[in-house]
Structures are given as structure tokens and as C-alpha cells.
Design a protein around this ligand. Structure first.
Ligand SMILES: Nc1ncnc2c1ncn2[C@@H]1O[C@H](COP(=O)(O)OP(=O)(O)OP(=O)(O)O)[C@@H](O)[C@H]1O
Ligand SMILES: [Mg+2]
Length: 249
């Protein structure tokens, strides 16, 4: 079982789009997948077609120890989702002892999945730390339209801290270049710079800019359900195959 946090403290870089569509691609490839939405924006919960306002329980109640995760999981045609609601707030967990271990403890002994993907919020707060403490691996979406390294530096610092104090095992498996437009020089420059500074980390497959990836969430569909022949579907499938090849276990 591979437990992967999709994390970048910068907002709007493609964390949710990547989580949902990698999960969908893995399911198409025959893998058993659980997605955990640990962002109070509940974007991946929405993206999969669920309105958080209609849910009684969410990952929030699981973190608080109020209910077992198995009783909150939604079965979406075999793909399992541990949804979020906007009541999920960092601040409430801050006074708790061992607050970084709430997710790991709540999901202790979990089995039956090939992959657990965790969609993180755009911050390095308690919820992200819970994801990084539970995960074996991190995927970092990087929007290749801006020079991004200041933000990334904070993330790498946080990962080092997590490795020292909370979870020796966790590693950055790779960086996903998102919203790639080959016609824009800045995109090409960011990719070259990333390869230079972080050798071997950028996945070969780049996720091209594709408006259909933007439309799919409002229909509650993955890109494979919405437009299976789109660039977005092709790119996320190729990326997912690369992720499968990078299996370190
Ligand atoms: N390859 C792409 N081409 C075009 N639009 C994209 C692409 N990937 C993501 N988007 C759009 O960009 C916006 C931000 O993407 P997304 O929500 O996945 O980012 P995020 O990192 O999860 O954001 P947040 O930090 O708020 O959680 C969304 O509107 C999404 O539909
Ligand atoms: Mg998101």
C-alpha cells in the first residue's frame, strides 16, 4: 500500500485536480484507491460530485475521534472517499497533544487499498502535517507558469522537519508540472530550472493547460468520465503510469 500526500503550500497549483484524476486513473488501471480530502475547502469532495453540506460526517469527525473512518467513507463505484466539510479548521486541533498524529492514529491498521491519496490544503498547518505524518510519499504539483521556488523552499523545509520529528519514512517521490503551455517561454524556463535545481524529481509527463480539467469539477466528474479523449485525460493517465513505475517498495 502506498500512502501519498499531494501537497504544496502554494494555492491553486493543481493539488485537487491531480488528486482526483490520478485516483481515477489508478482505478481504471485496476487499483483499489482511497482519497482523503483533508482540506476544509472540500474541493475534492465537490469534484467527485458530493456536496459537503449534505454530509453528516467528514474527516473532521474522524480526526476528533468521534466516529470510525469506515463509517464515513463514501463508496463511489469502488473508489473510496473520506470526504471533507468546511467545519474542518486547523485552529481547533492546535491545543491537542500529539496533534500531528491524529490522522495516522485514526487510520491505524487500515488495509485493503493499493493507494491512499491525500488532498492537502494550501498551507503548512496542522492538517497538512497530519497528512505528511501519515504518508510514505509526497507528490508536489508545480504550476509551471510562474517562477515558484520561494514557495517550494518552505515546503522542503517542512518536509525536512517532518522527517526529523514526525515521520522518518516520508520522501518527495516527484514533482508534477501542471498547467503547461508549450507556447509560453516562461513555462519552458520553469521546467528547465526545476530539472537543474531538483534533478530527477520532475515527472516526464507534463499536465498541459486544458480547460476541460477546469470544467469537469462542476459536473462532479473526473476527467475520464467527463472527456476521456481530452489532453487532460491523456496526461493524467500517462502521469499515473509513471507514478506506478516509481514504486519504491
Ligand atoms: N492543467 C490544467 N489546465 C487548466 N486549468 C487547470 C489545470 N489544472 C488545474 N486547473 C484549474 O486551476 C484551478 C486550481 O486547481 P486546483 O483546484 O486543482 O488547485 P489546488 O492546488 O488544489 O488549489 P488549492 O490550493 O485552493 O487547494 C482550478 O480551477 C482548476 O480547475
Ligand atoms: Mg485544492
Amino acid at each position: 500500500m502506498r500512502i501519498i500526500a499531494i501537497s504544496n503550500n502554494k494555492g491553486g497549483v493543481g493539488k485537487t485536480t491531480s488528486t482526483v484524476n490520478i485516483a481515477a486513473a489508478l482505478q481504471i488501471l485496476g487499483k483499489k484507491v482511497l482519497v482523503i480530502d483533508i482540506d476544509h475547502q472540500a474541493q475534492s469532495t465537490y469534484h467527485f460530485g458530493y456536496n459537503p453540506n449534505n454530509l453528516t460526517y467528514s474527516v473532521y469527525n474522524v480526526l476528533k475521534g468521534e466516529i470510525a473512518y469506515k463509517d464515513v467513507i463514501i463508496d463511489r463505484d469502488g473508489l473510496h472517499i473520506l470526504p471533507s466539510k468546511n467545519e474542518l479548521k486547523d485552529i481547533e486541533f492546535i491545543p491537542l497533544p500529539a496533534k500531528e498524529f491524529l490522522l495516522k492514529e485514526a487510520l491505524e491498521g487500515i488495509s485493503g487499498y493499493d493507494f491512499i491519496l491525500i488532498d492537502c490544503p494550501p498551507s503548512l498547518g496542522i492538517l497538512t502535517l497530519n497528512a505528511l505524518t501519515f504518508a510514505h510519499e509526497i507528490l508536489v504539483p508545480l504550476q509551471v507558469q510562474f517562477l515558484p521556488f520561494h514557495g517550494m523552499y518552505n515546503l522542503f523545509e517542512a518536509v525536512q522537519m517532518v522527517k526529523r520529528r514526525l515521520n522518518k519514512e516520508v520522501e518527495i517521490t516527484g514533482i508534477i508540472g501542471t498547467m503547461f503551455n508549450p507556447k509560453k517561454q516562461i513555462n519552458v524556463e520553469v521546467i528547465e530550472e526545476t530539472k537543474k535545481r531538483l534533478p530527477g524529481k520532475l515527472f516526464e509527463t507534463l499536465i498541459r493547460e486544458n480547460v476541460l480539467l477546469q470544467e469537469a469539477p462542476s459536473w462532479g466528474k473526473t476527467i475520464f468520465e467527463y472527456k476521456p479523449n481530452s489532453n487532460g485525460a491523456v496526461d493524467y493517465m500517462n502521469l499515473t503510469k509513471e507514478i506506478l513505475e516509481k514504486d519504491v517498495n
